[in-house]
Design a binder for this molecule. Sequence first.
Ligand code: GLA
Length: 368
Amino acid sequence: MEQWIAPGRVNIIGEHTDYNDGFVLPIALSLGVVCGAGPRGDGLVRLASVQRPGEVVEVRVDDLAAHRDRLPSWARYPLGVVDEFVRGGYRVTGVNLELDGAVPIGAGLSSSAALCCAVTIALRDLFAPELTERSMVEIARAAENGFAGVPTGLLDQSASILCTEGHALFLDVRAFTMAEPGASEQIPFDLGAAGLTLLVADTGQPHDLSDGGYAERRAQCDAAADALNLSALRDATTEDIPRLRDPLLRRRATHVVTENARVLAVVDKLRAGADPRRIGELLTASHRSLRDDFEISAPPLDLAVDAALDAGAHGARMVGGGFGGSIIALVDHADSVAEQIMKRFATAGFAPPRAFTVEPAAGAHKLD
Ligand code: GLA
């Protein structure tokens, strides 16, 4: 059986900007979901996962929607992708899918997007070779939003499909959605050359995009854009914010406006070849904004960020949807910073976090 891999991601900066038509700057991880796939001619999907031994799901390709509610929730992601291909008019004659995921679940590292993207690229190669990368991003996202029922933006799927090794992906989400040329740019991101490491600490506090907090933030952003008579907060400026009467909407809009500006500032520095240490302050400012204005941090995330900064990190912030998951820290010495985070967690009575370092890896591809 042939195999494809799609990676998880960490977002360097640009959090909760994607569904506001703004800017993001993710890297792909070397951790990914591997999808083995082989075509069948009998109209069935047969789905298995190394992480779900003994749970084989078999459904007719043309009958997926009717079975959706009876499927185990993990199976809705890959089968949602199959359903998107069928709904898009691609002739899927049947397929065997075997999944093996190495992205930690609930860590804010996009395990679900990696899963959907791995199946998407496999089905592209088997049944729809003409599909563009942009269409693959849209299919993976539609599967997650629709069939799986998780209201994500398109940061995670773009990162998993479009990222390249050694680079951060600068994506203008509005331009990408409108299929404008130049919507994405690969920004060289070689921390090693500067003697730096990107440390991830997974706090172990699970984050869940379907628990309401994420959808509530999206609704608040839409309400703020409406109140300002804008199509999206991407178009708001700091001068617009005082026009919002509701202090809560002012805080939400402040985060989005300042976060978009921080992404552009980070990209400017990296493009100009500045020492990457100089983006550290912007990362930390992003964390404060997510904590104070967007109000989606959590005590273990704040503690991990504070501990990393106290231990000499040049910048640190929570990543992903919020309320739990992981932080990143830009550090000279990963071991000593990780050790300090562990100590502070032990003192606070939190379960030990899982710390590891990451480098910008390749986006989704077929394995040899
Ligand atoms: C989750 C969503 C993304 C994005 C981030 C926050 O990862 O899936 O679309 O909104 O949260 O930046």
